[in-house]
Structures are given as structure tokens and as C-alpha cells.
Write a protein that binds this ligand. Structure first.
Ligand SMILES: Nc1ncnc2c1ncn2[C@@H]1O[C@H](COP(=O)(O)OP(=O)(O)OP(=O)(O)O)[C@@H](O)[C@H]1O
Ligand SMILES: [Mg+2]
Length: 285
């Protein structure tokens, strides 16, 4: 579904490769998390997956990128964006600048596809309801808070119903309630069969929602694994990604022999509850 073979990339007018000889394989219908320290190249990879590189940003791209059966470099940008949507890191930059209301903004991409007006209205209403932004539909996209703009940006991509959706830190402007809501929406998208790639710093949420997590460091994807095992990996600190408070607490408890040496470290509160409860019951036995 998504296949990168030996992909290297340098931005225009630079002489160093941000990504170098990268390989990646993502199955259709899966939810994949990608983590990396600031500057590791997450946004660059998100743009490569969605055709913005090379079609918009230019630069020197080598290797092959195939998404939803389409070889991205050979396709037109219009063709690429019908297969894969990108929620960009800065929601302000996702706003088209061409529309006066959120309603028109959400319909903008559908207009370009020639979707009939009636269907457009239904899809706008549906996606607005899904993201809790119905009350914003008549507002100007520019008269919104950063969090509201982020929800509009996400909605404007979901409405396109692309088979693949790439999200670059989609909850950076949102409070915990808004963040959880967006991840719940991602869960419902997953049920509809979409392939999701999420670049995200909120590790507990990736633990809950991603099947597999990849680590981006040193210009490559250097490790991957099931979300819990990968996010609790002690090397996450070395890679500049850090760990959740649950992993840190259990790791310390293990060092102090309060937990067995072979315990699988938790990443979320649910994992932690299970780990500590099973230890408490084994002690009580
Ligand atoms: N347009 C550009 N031209 C030249 N270099 C760039 C450009 N955009 C990004 N870079 C460089 O590419 C590297 C990777 O940047 P990128 O934005 O992909 O990282 P990131 O992992 O998304 O970081 P963050 O966590 O801060 O969003 C950085 O060294 C950055 O300075
Ligand atoms: Mg980034």
C-alpha cells in the first residue's frame, strides 16, 4: 500500500540529505505512527508520502515512492492528492486563502473534484459533525483559534475520502479533550478502511491507536515494532524522543526491584494498571 525503496532527499539549494536510503513498507488499512526528535525529518517524510515533495517543494528526490498503487514522482500532483491527503503541521498554512467561510473552505477540495452541490453539502455537514465544528461553519477560517483551525484543517482532508491520510502532528494546537476527540475520529476512519500515517509526539495516544511505530533518526527509519514494545524501548531516550511517565515510573520500579526484571514496560495508563495489578496480585499470592 505504501512502499518506499531506497529513498533519499535533499531540499533545493542544500548539499545535505535530510533522508538517506530510506525503506518503508506500510500495509493497507493499518495505522502507523512515526516518531522522531525535532528536526529528524518527519515533516519532510510526510511531504514525500503525499507528493508535496517533489511536486511542490522540489529538491533532489531519488528512489521510489509508491502510495496506493501510484508512483508518486511520476504522477501529477492532482493525481497524487486523489490517493493521499496530507494534514500539514501548521493548520494556518492549510487554509486555502480563497474562501470566506469554514463551510466553503471544507467544500473547496470537493469543488475542484467536481462533486455535485447536494453531495458537497451532505459531506460538509457530516465531517463538521464528526469533528464538532458545526458551530464554526459560517465563520471565517481566519477568525478561529489555532485549535479550531487545526480541526478545520483535519476536516478539510477527511472530507476528500482519500484511501491514505498522512497527518503531521495533527493535534499540536489542541487541548487534551480536542486531542482525544481527533484520535477517536481516527479510530472511526480506521474502521472505514483508510490507511493512516500519523507523525505525533503524544506517545500515549500512539500506543493506543497505532499498530506499528517507526522511529526516524540519523536520516533513516532506524527501528520499528508494535506500538507498546517500540514506545517503551529504552533507546527512545537516546533518539531524543523520550518516554511516557508510565514507562519512566515502571522502569524506575524495575531498577529498584519493585517490579520483575522481565516485566514488559507500560506506555499508557491502561498498560501501567495491568502491570502493577498483576505484580500486586503475584505479591499477594
Ligand atoms: N525548505 C527547507 N529547505 C532546507 N532545509 C529544510 C527545509 N525544510 C526543512 N529543512 C531541514 O530539514 C531537516 C528536517 O526538517 P523537518 O521539518 O522535516 O523535521 P521535523 O522532524 O518535522 O521537525 P519538527 O519536529 O520540528 O517538526 C531539518 O534540518 C530542517 O532544517
Ligand atoms: Mg515537522
Amino acid at each position: 500500500m505504501i512502499q518506499l525503496d531506497d529513498v533519499s532527499y535533499a531540499y533545493p539549494d542544500t548539499d545535505h540529505f535530510v533522508l538517506s536510503h530510506m525503506n518503508l513498507s506500510i500495509p493497507a488499512g493499518s495505522v502507523t505512527g512515526i516518531v522522531g526528535a525535532s528536526g529528524a525529518g518527519k515533516t519532510t517524510l510526510a511531504k514525500i508520502l503525499s507528493g508535496f515533495i517533489p511536486h511542490v517543494d522540489g529538491g533532489e528526490l531519488s528512489g521510489t515512492v509508491v502510495v496506493d498503487g501510484v508512483t508518486i514522482a511520476e504522477a501529477s500532483l492532482a493525481d497524487a492528492v486523489s490517493h493521499v491527503g496530507l494534514v500539514i503541521q501548521s493548520p494556518f498554512n492549510q487554509i486555502s486563502g480563497a474562501k470566506f467561510t469554514v463551510r466553503e473552505e471544507l467544500a473547496f477540495g470537493l469543488e475542484n473534484l467536481g462533486v455535485p452541490r447536494d453531495e458537497m453539502a451532505v459531506r460538509v455537514a457530516e465531517v463538521a459533525d464528526l469533528l464538532g465544528i458545526t458551530g464554526l461553519l459560517d465563520r471565517s477560517p481566519y477568525a478561529l483559534s489555532g485549535g479550531q483551525q487545526q480541526l478545520v484543517a483535519i476536516a478539510s482532508m477527511i472530507i476528500m475520502r482519500t484511501p491514505v491520510l498522512v497527518m503531521d502532528e495533527p493535534t499540536s494546537q489542541l487541548d487534551p479533550g480536542g486531542t482525544r476527540m481527533v484520535f477517536d475520529v481516527m479510530s472511526s476512519l480506521r474502521d472505514s478502511g483508510i490507511t493512516l500515517v500519523i507523525f505525533e509526539h503524544k506517545l500515549e495516544l500512539l500506543r493506543e491507536h497505532a499498530d506499528v511505530v517507526h522511529v526516524l533518526a540519523d536520516h533513516q527509519l532506524i527501528a520499528h515494532g508494535p506500538s507498546r514494545a517500540m514506545l517503551a524501548d529504552p533507546r527512545m531516550e537516546e533518539w531524543g524522543i523520550g518516554s511516557t511517565r508510565f514507562t519512566a515510573a515502571a522502569s524506575e520500579a524495575r531498577t529498584k526491584k519493585l517490579l520483575p526484571a522481565d516485566v514488559e514496560l507500560p506506555v499508557s495508563i491502561e498498560d501501567a494498571a495491568t502491570v502493577f495489578a498483576s505484580f500486586a496480585s503475584s505479591k499477594g499470592a
